[in-house]
Structure formats: C-alpha cells, structure tokens
Unconditional design. Structure first.
Length: 177
C-alpha cells in the first residue's frame, strides 16, 4: 500500500469484469476525438470481460496483469510482458496496457501501476521497457514522459474503422538491481 491508499496486486480471474469496465471506459474517455466515435460506441464491457477471462485462462506466465485497488475497489489495471517485434518476442519488456477508472484520472493510480510494472521488469532483468501510444494522445505521452520514457522515433500505422491513428514508440532504460 502506498501513501495514497493504493494497493497494487496481481490480477485474478475474479477481477476480469471490473478490469473490462475500466478498459472500455478508458478507451471511450481517453480516445474520444482520437479514434472514430463509431468504434468507441461499439465497445462492449461484457464482450471485453469474456476476452479478459479467455486471455487469463490461456496465460503462460510471460504476461503480468496488475490491478490497483483503493478502498477495496479496483480502480486501475496494467499489463506487461515481453516486447513484441512483430510476432517475435524479444528480451526487452513491453507495457501492453495501462488504464485507470476515468473518474480517477490524476490521482496517482496510473503512476503507481507504472512504477510497479517498471519495478517488476527491472527485477526480472530486462534492460529496457517499451510501449506504444497513440501519436496524438498528448495526455498519455506526457504521463509516460513523467515516468521516464522517451519517444525513440519509431512510428507504426494503426487503423480503426478505416481511419489512420498512428502510434509512436516510447522506451525507458531499466537498471537491474
């Protein structure tokens, strides 16, 4: 538990419904105006929860899912694992996702999740942690920059409902110790 009453712990199967609520709410809030509204409107918590349960059941322990709790309620989720260069996994770590309950933005939950992911990846001996973020998502990019990440110049096309929403890659060196 940190000073803000935020507890980071491994995700369990029982957390999938709440994580889906946070993930869908995060997409619909954070990506409004960045991703076509037609796509955001089709996101469904029940379907996402089913996907979370399926991923969880097939887990091979290379992917780490964390949840943040505050006052006994799950308020955030993060997921990391091996960096994917196309279909090839590398020795670097990748932050696949981090979402906070939209009503809790700016309260330190995302920071706590990011710090714990970085800590775990450092302890696992990874030299670097990478992530992809929407190029026009200024709020997220600032968040990652405050967390010690820097854009490395790589960009990748991403398309949603026929609209290009490019992503940029961020990287942070990790110190094993």
């Amino acid at each position: 538990m940190d000073d803000d009453g935020i507890r980071i712990r491994p995700m369990t199967l029982a957390d999938c419904d709440r994580v889906a609520e946070i993930r869908v709410g995060g997409w619909q809030t954070a990506y409004q105006g960045l991703i076509p509204q037609s796509y955001l409107d089709t996101l469904d918590v029940t379907q996402d929860a089913g996907r979370r349960r399926a991923y969880f059941a097939q887990a091979d322990n290379s992917v780490v899912d964390l949840v943040a709790e505050q006052g006994g309620r799950i308020v955030g989720w993060a997921c990391h694992g091996p960096y994917r260069d196309g279909e090839v996994r590398t020795d670097d770590a990748e932050l696949y996702a981090i979402y906070v309950d939209p009503g809790q933005y700016g309260t330190g939950i995302g920071k706590s999740l990011l710090q714990e992911s970085v800590r775990l990846c450092t302890a696992a001996g990874h030299a670097r942690m990478l992530l992809w973020v929407l190029k026009d998502n200024v709020r997220a990019r600032r968040f990652y920059e405050r967390g010690g990440f820097r854009a490395d110049g790589a960009e990748e096309p991403f398309e949603v409902d026929g609209v290009g929403v490019p992503e940029v890659r961020y990287v942070r060196a990790l110190r094993a110790g």
